[in-house]
Design a protein around this ligand. Structure first.
Ligand code: FCB
Length: 459
């Protein structure tokens, strides 16, 4: 493990300082409505596909649901105080669509809008910069009943939602993220089925994906019309990839995997259409694309949000359908409790590749973080040194990248507090703050204290 040794040595030689980053660099924490809000039936909120999914036996670990989650709906003042106390500049959060429109073709729910008014005011009063995500996976269930993202009409419904929210909150919110991780919406939601709505069909997945991307492009135009000085982008889950070997077969497998994992999103957003090699491979499952769709998807964005968690190693697996690839579970690598490979250097590989291949808009790391087994000590403290080191090592890599000229303008930690981690329920804790889900008490972990020190160090 030579790389690790070298990394540790660097760490001890040079402490990481906030002042190593550009002055205007934005430091935030990120969350999503469904994972933290709870209050599932309060003030006119209707069910989302995740409420429905959580009712399916075996869909979520421990049969958990997010009816209460972190009760952020009621406890947001305390949570914003925590963010401020840790020294963050920005809060990335999402708007729950099922709070805003309770049925198809109806008018907006005032009580739902009022909640986000209060939250947004609270964010601004504390000097935090709001970053709004429009879609972080909680599609209203009534839309799923009409076909969900696989139906083109959902694009129109999304635009109505985007129009309403941007008109309402755009006076105070200037940073907008149209979608969080379309790959997950499409592939986890509609191909492997481990996320809501739990469909398992590649053709449906690629059609859903196309509609998500189309709705993104159309929303960029719409938000910019509605909101003066808006900065609009999208948050993609992207992965640095390696081939399992030098063999031509594994190298070709790497290209194919990259095609559906990364290029399927980056190419059309940058005006190149869907990657031809993958389109041909997946011809039998190809989405219906109408004239103008690709131009709309390629509407210029103001920033690219990158959610970075882990790299993947790919090998040629002729029997696997349809890309004929599979992933190697490397045995000799460091992993988080979730099993995700810890690879700070992967962030550099990924961002350099994006810069070289796409010359994209400025980048914000819209998510990065790790889940570990957080044990509460007898004195109540939580020694999550592994998470602290995870952050330190990734930020060190980021600092060096910026020095090398990669245009990264901000970083959002995932996440402020432990929350409902989708199919993993409450088993996977990603927070800087520990949440006792019985009492809703929030307690700073060691990683939070470290972040606080790091962020306070302006001088
Ligand atoms: C990302 C999701 C986010 C959270 C983290 C751990 O894929 O965007 O909601 O679950 O993973």
């Amino acid at each position: 493990m030579k790389t690790l040794d070298r990394q540790n040595l660097n760490e001890s030689l040079a402490p990481l300082m906030r002042t190593h980053f550009p002055k205007e660099f934005v430091w935030g924490s990120a969350s999503s409505a469904f994972q933290v809000e709870g209050a599932h039936d309060v003030d006119g909120r209707v069910a989302s596909i995740w409420d429905q999914f959580a009712q399916q036996p075996g869909a979520i670990v421990d049969g958990a649901d997010a009816k209460v989650a972190c009760d952020h709906y009621h406890r947001w003042p305390e949570d914003l105080d925590l963010m401020r106390g840790l020294g963050f500049d920005a809060y990335r959060f999402s708007i729950a669509w099922p709070r805003i429109f309770s049925k198809l073709g109806g008018s907006a729910n005032t009580k739902g809008l009022d909640f986000y008014d209060r939250l947004l005011d609270g964010v601004c009063e504390r000097g935090l910069q709001p970053w709004l995500t429009l879609y972080h996976w909680d599609l209203p269930q009534y839309l799923q009943a009409q076909g969900g993202w696989a139906a083109r009409a959902t694009v129109d419904a999304y635009l109505e939602f985007a129009d309403c929210v941007s008109r309402h909150l755009g006076d105070r919110a200037k940073h907008w993220i149209t979608h969080n991780e379309p790959w997950c919406t499409a592939m986890h939601g509609h191909y492997d089925g481990i996320h809501a709505p739990g469909v398992r069909d590649l053709k449906t997945a690629l059609q859903a994906c196309h509609h998500v991307l189309l709705s993104h492009g159309a929303a960029v135009r719409l938000i910019k019309n509605n909101v003066s000085n808006a900065k609009v982008g999208i948050a993609l889950s992207l992965h640095p990839l390696h081939a399992a070997s030098e063999s031509a077969a594994d190298q070709a497998a790497l290209q194919r995997h990259d095609g559906l994992r990364n290029r399927w999103y980056l190419d059309p957003l940058h005006g190149r259409g869907y990657p031809r090699d993958i389109w041909e491979l997946c011809a039998a499952y190809a989405p219906e694309v109408k004239a103008q769709d690709m131009q709309i998807i390629a509407t210029p964005i103001d920033f690219l949000g990158v959610n970075y968690y882990f790299p993947e190693t790919v090998y040629d697996a002729p029997a696997a359908h349809p890309l004929r690839t599979a992933l190697v579970q490397n045995a000799d690598v460091e992993r988080t409790a979730f099993g995700w490979e810890v690879a700070p250097q992967g962030l550099a590989d990924l961002l350099k590749r994006i810069k070289t291949d796409y010359q994209t808009a400025p980048i914000y790391i819209t998510e990065n973080g790790a889940s570990y087994e957080d044990l509460v000590q007898a004195d109540g403290s939580i020694d999550d040194s592994e998470r602290m080191r995870f952050y330190q090592r990734h930020l060190r890599v980021l600092r060096d990248l910026i020095r090398e000229g990669v245009d990264v303008q901000g970083y959002f930690a995932w996440t402020l507090m432990d929350n409902f981690e989708w199919a993993q329920g409450y088993r996977r804790r990603f927070g800087l703050c520990y949440v006792d889900f019985k009492t809703q008490e929030r307690r700073l972990k060691k990683s939070a204290y470290w972040f606080q020190q790091f962020l306070k160090n302006h001088a």
